[in-house]
Each structure stands twice: as structure tokens, then as C-alpha cells.
Design a protein around this ligand. Structure first.
Ligand SMILES: Cc1ncc(COP(=O)(O)O)c(C=O)c1O
Length: 416
């Protein structure tokens, strides 16, 4: 059954609001998504009726809060086809998940070891590895983006895997280009070369069906706030035996089994990695977001975004002076609904500002991917719009009209 964006919109109170007196057209979903009533009410219900700390209480509302928090992890595990909630560590966001991995796995990295990432990465999958490389004297290698400036250069990936990196950490989908990488193939090749594989799912898990067993990745990181859930909750999925072997990076309450004056032993998974009081409302709210997406069906989410992206790319191809970065409409299956663009004669920040005055929220800048934007696309910044389940073709039409407005305000003459 196809997704009914107009019905879905009714679940999102914020979409009834206006910006500068115009209907809000929210197209900054790659940065964060809006939240449906079901998530907002789930959080509010927790505070109104069973607010208590988890794990510790021997009383009814604490037991209920604990059950709801664990249930959220069970829903998350099921959503990505993980074995159990034991494999689901809650962090603050994708960034924290990747940092935890860099710190914990980093203990086993030695001077001269190689870590392989790519030039397509978000800063959160670059900086933690730079920090680790500096700390340990390791070498950070980048697989390059191909000459189409859109897809991963797989021959470069293969050749750099030949140097036997200890860790390979790659994005499943680019937050600038929208490119979906062949994560399953990269994982297989990396494993064949003896590397541990981390996938950054921040832009893929919210937009398509994810199956960690089929991918066979060792770790996967993603964020609740990019998939209808609250901010402050991220996921670190890991294979059981690897999480068991790893040391926690934060110590304190809840992550221990026993403590004496000199040493401690660790709690069972996943609690060993969650020191101190958790983001309880975040976890519980995230569970509601997962249920909401599950009801829509991830195949429907992908199909809907493909349709909108195809429509946007077609409309944009008819606009003189407009340049779209990333794969074109003939490769719609290999991309998500992130469309970055430049307009000849217009600075991206001016575009975003004029869009704002038209009620349209998009983002402009380097999108926390400076190596990609500056060195691969040769731009200082680009404008980016990104879709989710509540967007429709009318939103794209509004963008096309706003581009006309940009050209008028900035007095850009069209060269046909
Ligand atoms: C590909 C990618 N990785 C990681 C992140 C970081 O996510 P967060 O800010 O939720 O940690 C983002 C955020 O935009 C992203 O797009």
C-alpha cells in the first residue's frame, strides 16, 4: 500500500504552523525530522504518569519505566533485524556512537595500523578517527569519491583494503550527495581483508529497510532525531561477541556488576556501555517513533522518497543555471531523498534566506562534510533540501517557485 503523505501530515502538529506568514514547508530532514503526535504524547505520558528512574526502583512506576525503556530497545533491535536488545546500546547520537567505537576499539589499535574511511564522510565519522590516529600513531586513509563526484570509487576501496586496515568505517548514505553506498559489498571485502566494519547509518536507517544480519556489519550507528524520534538518543548496534570483548569508555552507576575499592566488573550487555542515568524519555519516545515508521513500512518510505526525489530532479533539470550535486534521476535506487544544489550567481546562504522568507526550511553550508564539499565538489557551500514521509509534490513545486524568487531578488539573468 502506498504511503499517504497528506494523512501522515495530520499527525505532525508543527506542519500546521507558518513561517513568515506562509505554510511551513519543512525540507531539512537530513538535519533533523519533525515529531508526530504519537511520539510527543508518549514522552508526555511518561512524565505525567510513570516518571521514575530505571533499573533501580522496586516500585510500580519504576518497573513500568524500565519495561518501556527495554521495550524500546527490543523495537529497535527488531527494526534493524538484530538478535536482541542486548545488541542495542543507547548513546546520545550517531556522533557519540562513533566516538565510543573509536575510543573502545582504539585500545587495540597500534602505531602504524591503518584505519580506512572515505572522502564522503560526515565530520562525525572523520574527527574521532583523526583523534585516534593521533593518539596511537595510526594512519588514516580515505577511499576516494569517483570521478562522477557522486559515488564511491570501489576500485580505490579495494586497493586500500589491500593495505589491511584494522578498522573500516563508512557511511551507508551521504548526507550531501544522497548516494547510497554498497555497504554489504564493502563489508564483505573488508572482512575478507581482516578489518572490523562500522557503518554510519545516520542517513540510511531512517529512509530504507535495514538488516544488520544481511549486511553482516560489526557495528552500526544512527540517531533517533533523524527518524521522527526525540533528540539525545543514538544507537550503537554491535555484534554480541564484539561488544562482550570491548571495554566500556564511561564508568559509573548502572554499568557495573560489582565494585570494590580497587576494581570493578562490568554489567551484562547492553548496560555495560550505559553509565549513569539514561535518557529515559528519549528512549521511550524513540520506541514510539520506531512503531510509527513500522506502521508505515520502510519499503513505502523509500518508494515515497524516490518518487519525490525523481520529481524534484526532473523539475530542477528544466531550470537554467541550476546544478544538482550527486546521482541523477536514472540512479534513483542508489540515492536517498537528499538533493544538494547550486544556482549560478546565487550564494547558498542567500538561497536559504530567500527560501525562509517563502516559508521553506532548507540548509546551506558545508553540511559537516568539509572534505567532500570543498575538495570533491570544489564548493565552499551548497544548498540542500531533504525529504521525509510528510513531504509531497506540492512542497517541490513551492521550491521551484522559490528558485524563481531567488533569481528575481538577486537579479540573475537566465542563460538558456
Ligand atoms: C551521515 C551522517 N553521519 C553522522 C551524522 C551525525 O549525526 P548526529 O548529529 O545525530 O550525531 C550525520 C548528521 O547529519 C550524518 O548526516
Amino acid at each position: 500500500m502506498a504511503l499517504d503523505a497528506d494523512r501522515i501530515r495530520m499527525d505532525f502538529p508543527i506542519l500546521e504552523s507558518t513561517m513568515h506568514g506562509k505554510r511551513l514547508v519543512y525540507l531539512d530532514n537530513a538535519a533533523t525530522t519533525q515529531k508526530p503526535r504519537q511520539v510527543i504524547e508518549k514522552i508526555s505520558d511518561y512524565y505525567k504518569t510513570y516518571n521514575a528512574n530505571i533499573h533501580r526502583g522496586m516500585y510500580e512506576i519504576s518497573i513500568r519505566a524500565t519495561e518501556e525503556y527495554v521495550r524500546s530497545k527490543e523495537l529497535t533491535a527488531n527494526f534493524i533485524n538484530a538478535d536482541s536488545y542486548r545488541n542495542i546500546v543507547y548513546t546520545r547520537n550517531t556522533t557519540e556512537s562513533l566516538n565510543v567505537l573509536a575510543m573502545s576499539l582504539g585500545e587495540e589499535v597500534n602505531k602504524g595500523d591503518t584505519i580506512l574511511i572515505s572522502t564522503m564522510e560526515h565530520h562525525s565519522n572523520i574527527v574521532p578517527w583523526q583523534m585516534l590516529a593521533k593518539r596511537k600513531g595510526a594512519v588514516l586513509e580515505y577511499a576516494r569519491v569517483a570521478d562522477d563526484r557522486s559515488s564511491m570509487d570501489m576500485s580505490d576501496v579495494e586497493s586500500k583494503l589491500g593495505k589491511k586496515p584494522r578498522i573500516v568505517s563508512i557511511t551507508m548514505a551521504s548526507n550531501v550527495l544522497g548516494t547510497v553506498n554498497d555497504a554489504k559489498r564493502i563489508t564483505k571485502l573488508a572482512h575478507d581483508n581482516g578489518a572490523l566494519v562500522i557503518l554510519d547509518g545516520a542517513q540510511s536507517v531512517p529512509h530504507m529497510k535495514t538488516n544488520v544480519k544481511d549486511l553482516d556489519c560489526d557495528f552500526l550507528a544512527f540517531s533517533s532525531h533523524k527518524m521522527l524520534g526525540p533528540a539525545g538518543i543514538g544507537v550503537l548496534y554491535g555484534k554480541d561477541e564484539l561488544l562482550e570483548e570491548m571495554n566500556p569508555v564511561l564508568g559509573g552507576g548502572d554499568m557495573i556488576r560489582s565494585v570494590d575499592f580497587q576494581s570493578s566488573t562490568w554489567n551484562e550487555l547492553p548496560w555495560k556501555f550505559e553509565a549513569g542515568t539514561s535518557n529515559i524519555e528519549g528512549g521511550i519516545g524513540f520506541g514510539a517513533a520506531i512503531e510509527y515508521l513500522g506502521d508505515i513500512g520502510m519499503e513505502n518510505v523509500k518508494r515515497h522518497e524516490d518518487e519525490l526525489t525523481g520529481y524534484a530532479l526532473k523539475r530542477f533539470s528544466e531550470i537554467p543555471g541550476m546544478k544538482v550535486h550527486g546521482l541523477k534521476a536514472d540512479r534513483i535506487n542508489d540515492r536517498i531523498g537528499v538533493v544538494s544544489f547550486s544556482i549560478e550567481g546565487a550564494h547558498p546562504h542567500d538561497i536559504a534566506q530567500i527560501f525562509d522568507s517563502e516559508g521553506i526550511a532548507i540548509r546551506a553550508g558545508h553540511h559537516c562534510a568539509m572534505p567532500l564539499v570543498n575538495s570533491v565538489l570544489n564548493e565552499d557551500s551548497v544548498a540542500r533540501m531533504s525529504f521525509y514521509v510528510y513531504n509531497n509534490k506540492e512542497d517541490v513545486d513551492k521550491v521551484v517557485s522559490a528558485i524563481d524568487r531567488v533569481k528575481t531578488v538577486l537579479r540573475i539573468k537566465s542563460k538558456n
